[in-house]
Design a protein around this ligand. Structure first.
Ligand code: AMP
Ligand code: MG
Length: 408
């Protein structure tokens, strides 16, 4: 049995960055309705001012603040109402000294006025209005371009478009969004024992869960699935499928057959497709150590462990960052939830340890609790709300220690 040398995760990330530096992902322009989850291939620069006119933030009277100096409820400033502005309509009204114009929230503030007095602090006398509070300049008013100025970079290239960005794009009139083409991903699961989830299981067989698990995760990233295949441990069959997968995809994930055993021939198959082949076999992560990173015909091939929880973590730790960062330039990381550890563990594995946890809400905040169940693959996946990372430099985790939980 040959042993592989284990590489640190940071080194693997650096290697991937080097190897795929020149990898070109084409851009396309898609309707805003389809943009969520995709990555911007160009910065979004404002081609107009927001707001494009001086807007009121309240319902009230646009006035000259000079006219309201010293006024009060008992001694209101009496101004002549010269009209009103309406939503969605332009206006040629102006406000001179001694005048006021009614403006609804979001309405245009006429030329001459420098503030808007909330309706609550006014009193109507037919053609006149009493202003009961002294106004200061720019009070309750958003100036042209105050929110976004013409030429401002609103969203940077490499931004993964979240729900919060959609409204910003719409407001700026960006209804056609420049994004990277969907990353094309192929998924191959290998193992003589594997059965499709819908098939009866005979003694010694298990249901293939990696295929659907990986597909869901890749789809959640906005990838396009080019090929999905479940194959027995047969060199030629796997080789053929892998060959096809590589030709139609940017990234290939092949799970199973990565541990060092008699029937596990994934590394040989990958290498048979050409140079450089397997670059890394063994990463200092736990679980997920037997993960492989390969480059075949300029495409990335990841050999993931068969064990479903290991496969899942290896995908999260290695493949997902590669797809986001190296192929699409996404630099922003997902925000973890800060929780307090409800358990203590000691680790000294020389690897970055990933631990699936359940989140519990308490009156002191979130608690991260371990998931019990012996080696349980299904339990780990079904109960987990997220995972924590204990970097190899750390000895473990104390109960009560703050810990970052990454959600799936
Ligand atoms: P391997 O990496 O092929 O040595 O597989 C390690 C363990 O994971 C074995 O117990 C396999 O039966 C199991 N396994 C491999 N592939 C899958 C899969 N697609 N779905 C569920 N379990 C799997
Ligand atoms: Mg196997």
């Amino acid at each position: 049995m040959e042993m592989f040398t284990v590489m640190r995760r940071q080194k693997v990330a650096e290697l991937l960055e080097r190897e795929f530096q020149g990898f070109q992902v084409d851009s396309e322009t898609i309707p805003i309705e389809e943009a969520r989850g995709r990555v911007l291939s160009e910065a979004i620069v404002a081609t107009e001012n927001i707001p494009p006119f001086r807007r009121s933030t309240v319902d009230g009277y646009a006035v000259c603040s000079q006219d309201t100096i010293g006024c009060s409820e008992t001694l209101p400033a009496i101004l002549t109402i010269v009209g009103e502005t309406r939503m969605g309509e332009g206006t040629d009204l102006s406000v001179d000294a001694g005048e006021a114009v009614y403006v609804p929230t979001g309405g245009i503030v006429p030329v001459g006025a420098d503030s808007i007095c909330m309706i609550e602090y006014t009193e109507d006398f037919q053609d006149e209005v009493g202003i009961q509070r002294p106004m200061s300049q720019l009070e309750n008013l958003v100036d042209i371009g105050d929110d976004v100025a013409l030429g401002d970079c609103v969203l940077e290239k490499g931004t993964r478009i979240g729900t919060q960005h959609i409204g910003a794009l719409a407001a700026l009139g960006v209804h056609l969004v420049p994004v990277y083409h969907r990353i094309r991903v192929a998924i191959i699961s290998t193992g003589d024992e594997l059965v499709a989830p819908g098939q009866p299981v005979e003694l010694g067989q298990i249901r293939d869960s990696n295929t659907d698990s990986l597909r869901a995760m890749a789809e959640a990233l906005g990838c396009e699935i080019t090929l999905v295949s479940r194959i027995e441990d047969e060199f030629d069959a796997i080789q053929q499928t892998l060959e096809k997968a590589v030709s139609i995809s940017d990234v290939v994930m092949i799970s199973g057959g990565s541990s060092v055993g008699n029937h596990d021939m994934t590394p040989d198959i990958i290498n048979s497709l050409g140079e450089p082949g397997v670059l890394v076999h063994g990463i200092a992560i736990k679980p997920g150590k037997p993960t492989m990173v390969a480059k075949v015909r300029n495409k990335a091939v990841f050999g993931l462990p068969g064990h479903p929880a290991s496969c899942f973590i290896a995908y999260k730790a290695i493949v997902e960052p590669f797809i986001l960062r190296d192929l699409q330039g996404v630099t922003k990381k997902e925000f973890p939830i800060m929780a307090v550890s409800d358990f203590q563990i000691h680790v000294s594995s020389g690897r970055d340890v990933f631990y699936m946890v359940e989140l519990r809400e308490t009156n002191k905040g979130w608690l991260a609790a371990p998931i019990h169940g012996k080696s349980g693959m299904v339990t780990l996946l079904s109960k987990a709300d997220g995972y924590i990372e204990i970097p190899m430099e750390k000895e473990g985790l104390q109960k009560g220690e703050p810990v970052a939980v990454y959600r799936f």
